[in-house]
Design a protein around this ligand. Sequence first.
Ligand code: AMP
Length: 281
Amino acid sequence: MQVIADPAGFRAAATSSGSPLVLVPTMGALHEGHRALIRRARKLAGSTGTVAVSIFVNPIQFDRAGDLAAYPKPLEADLAACEAEGADLIFTPEAGSMYHPDRSVTVTESLLSRHLCGATRPGHFDGVCTVVLKLFLLSGADSAVFGEKDFQQLAIIRRMVRDLDVPVEIIGHPTIREADGLAMSSRNVRLLPDHRADAPRIRQSLLAARDLLATGERSATALLASARAGIEGSTFAKIDYLELVDAETLQPVSEIERPAVLATAVFYGEVRLIDHLTLQP
Ligand code: AMP
């Protein structure tokens, strides 16, 4: 396994390594969710291909300075996890080597990013699209694996690749959860013990809304009220957003007539957690 911080060095190593090259972009603090993505990449690359993992806490996708400063960076443990999962090439750039001080070009998606995280985190998806496109160009990846946990991110990256003719196949991987249902996240380690114990209610509240749908209730107002009551039953949880959107367009719906996504972001103190559930009519 090769660890490279310099973008030009990474490009050279990626270009001369075996194909196909499968990229797994991450911000590090790797957990079982990331590891599942790397294992998936290993399978896709086969024994002759290359698995590249980028570990980069991308400053331009953070909307809160405190969140960026508090983001965990356990590099040694991350490298051990990459090695254990059979990754070949690890890219660990510094922010200064990824962004020119006077950079002036950004990739903006303007439709799928209107709601959900796009509405409450201004500039977030511009930062994501910009860094992901840079990583695709530097690595020359044939394909890249992303988690369905960040389903809006996945939809926006698929759209970017479609609209800009980027020759990278995008592969989505299911959300990996803790035993109590909490979606794994690098931010979970920052939860206070009381908050960690309470956080499974996020998924439970989404599941309760799905149970309500199963009884024949299709109205967004009723389904959202059900999920909201579940989350707000907590003394700690503060809803950042809770929305029901069409699964394809990511625009709000008033009634479930086609596949839809019930999605939420919840603050526990300074820690923001996201989760979602697909609802079928
Ligand atoms: P991050 O390091 O949070 O930027 O995530 C890097 C990649 O891992 C993204 O494609 C995420 O969607 C994915 N990911 C994060 N958490 C999970 C999870 N619990 N299950 C599956 N994929 C995940």
